[in-house]
Design a protein around this ligand. Sequence first.
Ligand code: KIV
Length: 268
Amino acid sequence: MAKTIEQIKAHKNQSEPLVCLTAYTARIAQILDRHCDLLLVGDSLAMVLYGMENTRGVSLDMMINHGKAVVRGAESTCVIVDMPFGTYEDSQEQALENARRVMDETGCAGVKLEGGENFATTIERLVSAGIPVIGHIGLMPQSVEEASGFRVQGKTDVGQEQLLKDAKAVEVAGASAIVIEATIDSVSALITRAVAIPTIGIGASAACDGQILVTEDMLGITGDQVPKFVKQYAHVSEGIERAVESYAQEVRSRAFPGEANIYKKKAS
Ligand code: KIV
């Protein structure tokens, strides 16, 4: 049975934090499934899978296709799909129509959208229509250009106050949890104490009720240029490189395909 969004929402102040990772494909979802509580089909797939410069080029159809794949692969995790840039900002009707498509077409448990106080009424509208929402505050990659780059948020008193207001507004609007990206540890601790819904940190310290990372970052697939908050648990790209080098050598020397890899006529 898949973990429900209510179970995620109830996971507040627990001794064991929520374990969350991104997934974009069915196979990766299958591998992550038994170790995680929540899988996010993040719009970070723009850069990680499609080689785009930022997350702004992702369409709703792309998110829906990857969402379907992850829901197919995940059995016991709660799957959340990101609302991409340009699909929820114009009006509550736009947000509702697009969030409904994501829910209906993927079968996911809820959507995530970037924004604090300024998107509280949108979150409220989706939640009142029965669509579970996870908020995303702090560093918000979709608006990183307006915010002058990938910077740690909440470092000043004013910044801290705004993040706290954002978190409270998202909570009051009915969100099931809040992702906090790239802020200092004292601010995430303050927010985590101040709201009754789980906080899920990415670069936001161990004070949060859960942690999330981009899977390809923590596996060492995206390369060594990862943010400070990423811990690389493997260097998978090196393994791929070695395997492909051996394959290329064997093809060139005709060592592959060998006897074990070819079909032969059966003796009659
Ligand atoms: O798009 C994404 O992957 C995210 C993160 C929270 C990892 O939003």
